[in-house]
Design a protein around this ligand. Structure first.
Ligand SMILES: [Zn+2]
Length: 712
C-alpha cells in the first residue's frame, strides 16, 4: 500500500515535470476578425508579460513585421526585398501591407501617444518594423505588466511568408509582438537589453516562449487551421464563425483560412507504437546513452490542409511528415506537443507562403505533377517540420545566429531523407541522357550513372559527397570565403552568401563534426537539444556541450569553421619507381672506383629497389589533422598521420613496392573539403574525359536551376 502510494507520488512528480513551464514569460489572449474582401484583420490582444531578469526595464519594444511591406523604403525593401522566395513583389495598390496600432494600454494606462518607431539595426527613418513605448513606471525585476493593444493589419498579396492569394490566406507575422528582453547572462550577454531587430530580407524571427489563446473570426464557409489545437468554434449568426485555438509553450502563432470548396482538411494520428519498432528503440537508446523510455515517442494528431487539386498527393504528404516525426523524435527527443498542422498553399503563386515554419504549424508546397521519386514535396515537408525542433523547441535567435536553426535543420533534413527514402536517385532522361532533377529546395541530388574510378563514385572524386550533402558542397565551394557562419545574418554580403553561411556550410560542418566525433555524436546532439528545449541557446552553448559530452577539445575546429572563412583543402600526389642505380666514382676501400649501371631493358624498372615519395599539401587556410592512406602494388597499405600545420609534408618509402594510390582523409570525414578531386592520386591515368564532360554539363544545368531556388 505504502509502496504503491510512493510510486503514485513519483508518477505524479514525473507527470508534473513533463508538463510545460508553469509561469511563462508571455501569455497572449488574442481576438481577430478577418475581412476577406478588404484583406484586412481587426485585432485586439491582451498580453501578460513578465520581466524574468534582474534588470529594471524602462520601456517595451514590439515587432510590427507587416510594416516591412508598407512602402518601398522600408529596410526590407532597401535590402533587396522586391523578390523573395521566388516570388516577385507586385507593386500594385492591393499588395502593400501594414500593421497600424490604434491604441496601447499598459496596466490600464493609455500610452498610445508615446508610441515611437525605432531602427536599432540601421537607423533607416522609413522603417517602422520596431515600436518602442516608454513606460511611466519601469518594470521591476520579476515584475509583471498587462498590455492591451488594438490594431488593424492589412495583408500583402502572398509574399515573403505571409499574405493572401484570392481567397487563400496565410496569416503570419500579423500581430504586434513583444521583442525579447535579455537579462545579463542570457545568451552570454554582459548587459541586459531588448533584443528586437527590424525585419530584414534574410533573417527570420526570435521571441519568448509563452501561451497563446487565439480567437479567429472568419466566414462560416471557410476552412481554418492554426498553431495549437482548436478548442471551440461557434457560429455568430452573421455568416461568420469564431474558432478558438490554444497552445502552451510556443513562441509564435500563424494560421490559414480558405473557402471549403478549395481545400481539404485531413486529420490522422501518428501512432508511436506503430511507427517505431522495439529494436529501433533499443538501438538508439544504446547509441544515445539514454534509457529506452526516453527514446519512446508519443502519439500526435497531424492535420493536413491541402489544396483540392493536390488530393492525389495526400499519402506522400503524410508519409513524409510521419518520417520526420519519427526520426527527429528518436534522435533528439520526442515531439512534445499533441498536434502539428501543415499547409499546402495554392501552387504556383501561393508558394511565397510555402516552405515556412511556425510552432506546431508549417507550410510546405508542391507542384501539380511531382515526379514519383523527386522527393518534392517530401524534402520541404521534412525540412519545415524539422524546424519544430531547431528553432521551434530549441529557440535560437534567428536574426543573429541563423545557422543554429537552418544549419542544424538542413543537416537533420538530409539525415531523415536518407533514412526514410534511401540514398538518392532522382535524375531524368532527356534524349536518353540522365540529368539531375532539381526540386525547389535543392533536394534531391543525382546519383551518378557511372561507376566511377577505382570503385569510388565519380561524385566523390569531383567535389566529394555523392548524396544529400552534394548540393551544399557545391554551393559552399562558391561562397566559402565570403562571410563567416557566426555573424548577424542581415550583414552577410548577399543572399547567396547568407544561404551558404546559414544552410550549407553549417550542414557540412555538422557532418564533418559527426565524422570526427564518431560514437559520441548521437549523445552530443541529443544532449544539446534536450538541454536547450524551450530556451534560447547560442553557439557557445553548443560548443560547450560538444566539449562536455565528448570530453575532447574542439576549439581548433570551431575557431576555423564558425568564426573563420578559410577553406579546407588538402591535396596529395606521389612519385614511385626504380631507385637510381649507382653511376660514377664511389669510394671502395679507400679507392675511387668507377661504377656504371648495368645495361638492360628499359622496362626493367620492376626489378630492383623502389623509391617512392608522397607529397601532401595544404592548399586552404583551414588546418586539420591529416590521415593519408598509401596503397602499394602488392595490396598492402600504410596509414600516415600528420598535424596538417605547415603547408606541406612528404612521406618517403625505400623498402616498399611501388605505390598505386594515395589518399587524404580516406574515411571521408571532411565534408567541408573543396575541391575533393585532388584528395587522391592514382598511378594509372584514368580515362576521365567522358566524365569530365558529363560533370561540366551537370554543373551548368545545376547553376541554371539554382536560379529558381529559394531558402526558408
Ligand atoms: Zn529552414
Amino acid at each position: 500500500m505504502r509502496r504503491s502510494l510512493i510510486l503514485a507520488l513519483v508518477m505524479v512528480a514525473i507527470g508534473a515535470q513533463a508538463k510545460f513551464i508553469p509561469d511563462p514569460i508571455v501569455q497572449y489572449k488574442v481576438d481577430a476578425r478577418l475581412d476577406p474582401q478588404a484583406k484586412t484583420l481587426k485585432g485586439h490582444e491582451v498580453i501578460r508579460w513578465r520581466n524574468h531578469t534582474s534588470d529594471t526595464i524602462p520601456d517595451l519594444q514590439f515587432h510590427l513585421y507587416l510594416n516591412a511591406f508598407k512602402n518601398n523604403l522600408s529596410t526590407f525593401f532597401r535590402e533587396g526585398g522586391a523578390s523573395s522566395r521566388r516570388v516577385r513583389f507586385r507593386d500594385e495598390a492591393d499588395s502593400w501591407a501594414y500593421v497600424a496600432v490604434q491604441s496601447i494600454k499598459v496596466d490600464g494606462e493609455d500610452l498610445t501617444a508615446r508610441m515611437q518607431y525605432i531602427q536599432p539595426d540601421d537607423g533607416n527613418p522609413y522603417d517602422q518594423t520596431v515600436m518602442r513605448v516608454p513606460l511611466s513606471r519601469p518594470i521591476a525585476a520579476n515584475g509583471r505588466v498587462t498590455i492591451e493593444i488594438e490594431w488593424t493589419s492589412k495583408l500583402p498579396r502572398v509574399f515573403a511568408r505571409t499574405g493572401f492569394l484570392d481567397n487563400f490566406f496565410l496569416v503570419a507575422q500579423w500581430f504586434p509582438k513583444p521583442g525579447v528582453y535579455e537579462g545579463p547572462g542570457d545568451r552570454h550577454r554582459e548587459q541586459g537589453g531588448w533584443n528586437c531587430h527590424q525585419f530584414h530580407v534574410s533573417t527570420e524571427f526570435y521571441a519568448d516562449y509563452g501561451t497563446f489563446d487565439v480567437s479567429l473570426t472568419v466566414p462560416s464557409d471557410y476552412e481554418i487551421a492554426a498553431s495549437g489545437d482548436e478548442r471551440s468554434s461557434k457560429q455568430n449568426g452573421d455568416g461568420t464563425t469564431t474558432h478558438e485555438f490554444y497552445q502552451e509553450e510556443i513562441h509564435d502563432f500563424a494560421w490559414t483560412t480558405q473557402p471549403q470548396s478549395q481545400v481539404q482538411k485531413i486529420v490522422r494520428t501518428f501512432r508511436a507504437d506503430e511507427q517505431v519498432t522495439p529494436s529501433e528503440i533499443a538501438e538508439w537508446s544504446r547509441k544515445e546513452g539514454v534509457p529506452p523510455e526516453e527514446v519512446r515517442l508519443k502519439d500526435v494528431k497531424v492535420t493536413l490542409f491541402i489544396q483540392r487539386e493536390h488530393a492525389s498527393q495526400i499519402e506522400r504528404h503524410f508519409r513524409a511528415v510521419f518520417a520526420a516525426l519519427k526520426w527527429y523524435g528518436i534522435w533528439y527527443g520526442k515531439y512534445p506537443y499533441d498536434v502539428v498542422t501543415f499547409v499546402d498553399p495554392p501552387s504556383p503563386f501561393g508558394l511565397g507562403a510555402g516552405g515556412m515554419e511556425y510552432p506546431t504549424f508549417f507550410t510546405a508546397g508542391t507542384s501539380y505533377w511531382p515526379a514519383a521519386r523527386q522527393l518534392s514535396p517530401e524534402g520541404v515537408i521534412v525540412h519545415e517540420f524539422g524546424h519544430q525542433f531547431w528553432y521551434g523547441l530549441v529557440g535560437n535567435n534567428e536574426f543573429e545566429e541563423a545557422w543554429l536553426d537552418e544549419g542544424f535543420n538542413s543537416y537533420s533534413t538530409g539525415k531523415v531523407l536518407e533514412k526514410a527514402y534511401g540514398p538518392n536517385y532522382a535524375y531524368q532522361r532527356v534524349f536518353g541522357v540522365p540529368i539531375p532533377v532539381q526540386s525547389w529546395l535543392n533536394l534531391p541530388v543525382p546519383r551518378y550513372p557511372w561507376k566511377g574510378v577505382d570503385g569510388v563514385p565519380i561524385g566523390q572524386y569531383w567535389e566529394w559527397v555523392p548524396e544529400y550533402h552534394w548540393q551544399p558542397s557545391r554551393r559552399y565551394w562558391q561562397e566559402a570565403e565570403t562571410d563567416a557562419m557566426e555573424r548577424f545574418a542581415w550583414l552577410d554580403l548577399n543572399r547567396s552568401s547568407y544561404g551558404v553561411q546559414a544552410y550549407d556550410k553549417p550542414e557540412l560542418t555538422l557532418r564533418t563534426l559527426e565524422g570526427l566525433l564518431g560514437e559520441a555524436w548521437p549523445k552530443v546532439i541529443r544532449t544539446y537539444h534536450m538541454r536547450y528545449r524551450f530556451k534560447h541557446p547560442d553557439a557557445i552553448d553548443f560548443m560547450n556541450t560538444v566539449t562536455e559530452v565528448s570530453g575532447r577539445d574542439f576549439k581548433w575546429f570551431f575557431d576555423q569553421t564558425l568564426y573563420g572563412t578559410g577553406r579546407l583543402d588538402y591535396s596529395v600526389s606521389f612519385t614511385t619507381g626504380a631507385a637510381p642505380e649507382k653511376d660514377g666514382f664511389f669510394d671502395e676501400n679507400g679507392k675511387q672506383v668507377l661504377v656504371r649501371p648495368e645495361k638492360g631493358d628499359e622496362d626493367d624498372d620492376d626489378k630492383g629497389p623502389v623509391e617512392s615519395e608522397v607529397l601532401v599539401r595544404r592548399l586552404g587556410e583551414m588546418v586539420f589533422p591529416v590521415t593519408v592512406r598509401v596503397k602499394f602494388d602488392d595490396g598492402s597499405e600504410v596509414f600516415e598521420h600528420w598535424d596538417g600545420q605547415y603547408r606541406w609534408q612528404k612521406f618517403k618509402y625505400t623498402n616498399k613496392p611501388k605505390i598505386v594510390m594515395a589518399e587524404v582523409d580516406p574515411d571521408r570525414q571532411w565534408k567541408l573539403e573543396v575541391p575533393r578531386t585532388d584528395n587522391s592520386a592514382l598511378k594509372e591515368p584514368v580515362k576521365l574525359a567522358p566524365e569530365k564532360w558529363y560533370l561540366r554539363w551537370v554543373v551548368w544545368i545545376q547553376n541554371v536551376l539554382m536560379a529558381f531556388s529559394f531558402f526558408s
